[in-house]
Design a protein around this ligand. Structure first.
Ligand code: ADP
Ligand code: ZN
Length: 615
């Protein structure tokens, strides 16, 4: 597109020019254009968009179009350097102020800000507590305030930052500066809280679809989780970058060691590691191709690595909201990615225990319980996972064709009789014997196993002893999980003892049917997926000639990134390299038409790419 097509003084087309010239993209995505128009015109905006939706452009482009410096408030201090590097590679003038800098570094950024040499200034929220910072801002010209990760203002959310509460004052101090608040958190409650706490009374609200069609959601019954994970990585994600989430530090360490011992390069990340190790592991993950990070949920917010090919959960997340945030870190570049979760009865026992012993009042525990129930319902659904996820965020959709329940539909079966047998066993223990037992003992009774423990408690004398031989041990575990998910049974305490709920009586009294999910044969599923995707996802559907060129370009990119000390994706994304490998541009002009190749990158890397192509 030639610049002459746009009249100089039309700000809307100026935005389109910046998109093309600086970022190398042809067109806006989704609501980007409207959002950008709003802010360029001086209005406030509240933007809810999933990870990978393209939020950054929504404030970066207005900052380039409006006069003055765009001030970006972000809690992600550890990532500011990378964000600035990525903008610098695009030819955008950016700087940051946070606690990691010494006096001289800070003074240099302040000078650049005052003399109008910056387009964007990243600021940690706590900086605004310092009077010197607000005075500094007063002396410069501000084009807009962008409040990134705006859900950090929510006191009930898991990312609450007290300093975010101060941001309501931005408007009072700088009433003429437009504000744009952005988040990837989607629930209605968070949405309202952001608007209120940030005083965004006049703001236009933009709520994007939260669907992430390129992510394949899969939830499998936990069997031998580390083995299952290894199998997934070997068959479908060899050489790919990904994140594995575990609940405890201990299991993070164990899993990272296990993967490394099995030939998959993995580093741990959790709050118990010293900050240097954490920073080093995060930086390696961002900079190297194909590294796996095993982490607690302390890891990941703001990680904008575009080529994370899988997010795996070895433990049940505490809420659907958290799960969606975490899995959303896969596939920002829009290429096929996997969200995989292994879940078992033990997870439910563990989470219930954590809720029972958690601090806070009864209302708080009830809220945690509701979150867990929604998560269990997602795990046990026979419907499309994506539909259920989107419904949780108040959005509708159709069966997606790209989740496990769509690809291998589980049967649903009438489990009323097994449910009655199980509940009546719990009833008898509870009421005839005044005893409480966990799943293991209850199943042994149903199967009629004369174990030591069964004999010790004379459970072989119960009338229900041996009445459940039609199902296998694992199937009974499935029945228990589903009764828990449907709140027809509950667990408590250290040993996960099973107890009836108010609703159990309806099943025992034959007034209620219980439909259950039958796990699809896993053999079928894994053999199908492994034959379909032995190769790395990033090259999966490239022609064989293109694969070779793509690998060559990746090597060139890795070498260049190393030389310049920046993450590889700061140079070009995989999607851009794929397009280059397919179209094989022969001149700089041709290369400039590829999506993701803007003016600055063409000047900086163009020759290098063309050389790598003919090599
Ligand atoms: P978010 O912050 O919402 O998670 P990003 O701003 O990181 O998302 O954008 C996700 C990816 O999409 C980035 O690689 C970005 O360069 C790319 N992108 C954003 N907008 C466009 C567009 N209009 N055309 C092409 N690619 C885009
Ligand atoms: Zn689906």
């Amino acid at each position: 597109m030639a610049a002459a097509e746009f009249p100089e003084d039309d700000p809307a087309s100026e935005a389109a020019q910046v998109l093309h010239r600086v970022f190398g993209y042809d067109s806006f995505r989704g609501q980007q254009q409207e959002i950008i128009d709003t802010v360029v015109a001086g209005g406030d905006a509240l933007v809810l968009m999933p990870t990978g939706g393209g939020k950054s452009l929504c404030y970066q482009i207005p900052a380039l179009v409006r006069s003055g410096v765009g001030v970006v408030i972000s809690p992600l201090i550890a990532l500011m350097q990378d964000q600035v590097d990525a903008l610098t590679a695009l030819g955008v003038r950016a700087g940051f102020l946070n606690s990691t800098q010494d006096f001289d570094q800070r003074r240099e950024v302040e000078r650049a800000f005052l003399s109008g040499e910056l387009d964007l200034l990243y600021l940690a929220p706590e900086r605004l507590r310092v009077e010197a910072t607000t005075r500094l801002l007063d002396q410069g010209k501000i084009s807009l305030f962008a409040i990134d990760e705006a859900h950090c203002v929510s006191q009930w959310g898991h990312d609450f930052r007290p300093d975010y509460l101060m941001l309501s004052q931005l408007h009072e101090r700088w009433p003429d500066v437009p504000r744009i608040a952005l988040t990837a958190t989607a629930t209605e409650a968070t949405h309202r809280e952001i608007a209120t706490r940030l005083n965004l009374t006049e703001a236009k609200h933009f709520v994007a679809s939260f669907d992430r069609p390129n992510i394949q959601y899969r939830i499998v019954p936990k069997d031998n989780p580390q083995r299952q994970l290894l199998d997934l990585l070997r068959t479908e994600h060899a050489g790919d970058a990904g994140i594995v989430y575990c609940l405890s530090r201990n299991s993070v360490e164990k899993t990272a060691t296990f993967l490394t011992q099995n030939g998959i390069e993995a580093v741990p990340y959790h709050a118990g590691l010293d900050s240097r190790t954490r920073a080093k592991n995060q930086s390696r993950f961002l900079r190297e191709d194909g590294l796996v990070v095993v982490a607690t949920i302390a890891f990941g917010m703001g990680i904008d690595k575009p080529d994370v090919r899988f997010v795996a959960h070895l433990d049940l997340p505490k809420s659907v909201e958290g799960y969606y945030q975490e899995t959303g870190r896969a596939g920002r570049d829009g290429l096929p990615s996997t969200a995989w979760l292994a879940y078992g009865l033990q997870d439910v026992v563990q989470q219930r225990k954590m809720i029972d012993t958690s601090e806070g009042d009864a209302a708080h525990r009830r809220r945690l319980g509701t979150h867990l129930d929604a998560m269990l319902a997602l795990c046990e659904t026979v419907q499309c996972r994506r539909m259920q996820l989107l419904a949780y965020f108040g959005q509708t959709g159709e069966a997606c064709g790209n989740c496990d329940t769509c690809l291998t539909p589980p049967e649903s079966w009438d489990g009323t009789i097994p449910a009655q047998k199980l509940l009546s066993t719990v009833y008898r223990l509870q009421h005839e014997r005044n005893q409480k037992f966990g799943a293991g003992q209850v199943i042994d009774i149903l199967l009629g196993k004369p174990t030591e423990k069964v004999k010790q408690f004379r459970h072989d004398e119960l009338t229900v002893f041996g009445i459940g031989t039609e199902l296998k041990d694992t199937e009974w575990r499935g029945v228990i999980r589903q009764l828990l998910a449907q709140r027809l049974l509950t667990v408590e305490g250290d040993y996960g003892t099973l107890l009836l709920t108010d609703d159990s009586a309806e099943v025992l009294g034959r007034r209620r049917e219980v439909m259950m999910r039958r796990e699809p044969e896993r053999v079928g599923r894994s053999s199908r997926s492994s034959s379909a995707s032995k190769k790395k996802t990033a090259v999966a559907d490239l022609a064989p000639e293109a694969v070779e060129v793509f690998e060559r370009l990746r090597n060139w990119r890795a070498a260049t990134a190393k030389e310049q000390g920046v993450p590889a994706y700061v140079i070009f994304h995989d999607a851009t390299l794929r397009q280059i490998a397919t179209e094989l541009p022969g001149t700089l002009a041709e290369l400039g038409t590829i999506s993701g190749v803007g003016e600055n990158k063409l000047a900086k890397y163009g020759e290098g790419v063309l050389e790598a192509l003919v090599a």
